[in-house]
Design a protein around this ligand. Structure first.
Ligand SMILES: Nc1nc(=O)c2c([nH]1)NC[C@@H]1CN(c3ccc(C(=O)N[C@@H](CCC(=O)O)C(=O)O)cc3)CN21
Ligand SMILES: CC(C)C(=O)C(=O)O
Ligand SMILES: [Mg+2]
Length: 278
């Protein structure tokens, strides 16, 4: 497991780990070409690519479909794939079956699982023993949105923070290679990052994590409108994309496009012969 060593080294050396989500060939290709350390095929694809209002309808087949496209676009990047809703909570056999399919069909390096209950910890242990690296995910775990009562910041009280620290230690003990911390106070992610030997990757978890992850469509403002406070918009693609499509519409309607420059031609003799033949 060469990649595990590298992640671990980056934490030890204080070199920040960069991660972005990707869901298809072009997003993966651009992320790899830009030099990202890790790609996450997030179940957030339910929101940003499939148009659902949560990650709950996302299936293992969805993850495989998109995971394969990402792998084709980024053949040389560490790819992590989310285990989607309910692939961890039916039975151990069911979880292993889904994990096996996702890994074998996508050729990803690792799987990510939300939470730290008994089932999830056992899944982490079993996959790790089978040689499949696992990334944990604590704090705001969107697959539990209906239990959490909305997309709220987690771990804000002493009790909740202590529980999260205990969960993080358990996830590490079960064998996880890294831990995503989502939407928690920066003071808490600082403690967790110091307590753990594995790298923490934050999203809405402040500056003290060993790495950061953002959703592709959020950081590019592409097809999304309202985003969480923790999202930094590095560019806004909504405007230029919409503008380009509007210009195209106008040019077709006004017979400006396509002109000869964008058309194919026959030789004059052949055109004449064609008319003559009629
Ligand atoms: N486009 C997108 N980006 C994401 O980061 C993301 C998804 N989708 N879908 C799955 C989950 C859902 N996520 C979310 C969604 C909303 C907030 C949000 O609006 N949070 C409030 C917190 C308010 C509070 O508790 O104080 C905010 O205003 O930032 C946070 C995480 C993160 N994940
Ligand atoms: C927000 C990240 C961590 C995620 O789980 C996803 O994109 O699905
Ligand atoms: Mg996810």
């Amino acid at each position: 497991m060469k990649n595990r060593i590298k992640l671990q080294k980056m934490k030890e050396n204080g070199e920040k780990i960069t991660m972005i989500t990707a869901y298809d060939y072009p997003s993966a290709k651009l992320a790899q070409e830009a030099g990202i350390d890790m790609i996450l095929v997030g179940d957030s694809l339910g929101n940003v690519v499939l148009g659902y209002d949560s990650t709950i309808p996302v299936t293992a087949d969805d993850m495989i479909h998109h995971g394969k496209a990402v792998r084709r676009g980024a053949d040389d990047t560490f790819v992590v794939i989310d285990m989607p809703f309910m692939t961890l909570h039916v039975s151990m056999e069911d979880s292993m079956k889904h994990a096996k399919r996702i890994i074998q069909e996508t050729n990803a390096q690792a799987l990510k699982v939300e939470g730290a209950d008994e089932n999830v910890l056992e899944v982490i242990e079993r996959l790790t023993k089978a040689g499949i690296p696992v990334v944990g995910h604590l704090g705001l775990t969107p697959q539990s949105v209906h239990v959490l009562g909305g997309y709220r910041v987690q771990g804000k009280t002493k009790e909740d923070a202590e529980q999260l620290i205990e969960d993080a230690l358990n996830v590490q003990k079960a064998g996880a290679i890294a831990l995503v911390l989502e939407c928690i106070p920066y003071q808490l992610s600082k403690i967790v990052t110091e307590e753990l030997s594995i790298p923490t990757i934050g999203i809405g978890a402040g500056p003290y994590c060993d790495g950061q992850v953002l959703v592709y469509h959020d950081m590019l403002t592409y097809g999304v409108d309202r985003v969480a406070k923790f999202v930094k918009s590095y560019t806004n693609l909504n405007h230029p994309v919409k503008q380009a499509i509007k210009t195209y519409i106008n040019e077709v309607k006004s017979n400006e496009f396509p002109d000869k420059e964008f058309s194919y031609a026959m030789e004059n003799d052949d055109v004449n012969a064609l008319y003559g033949g009629n």
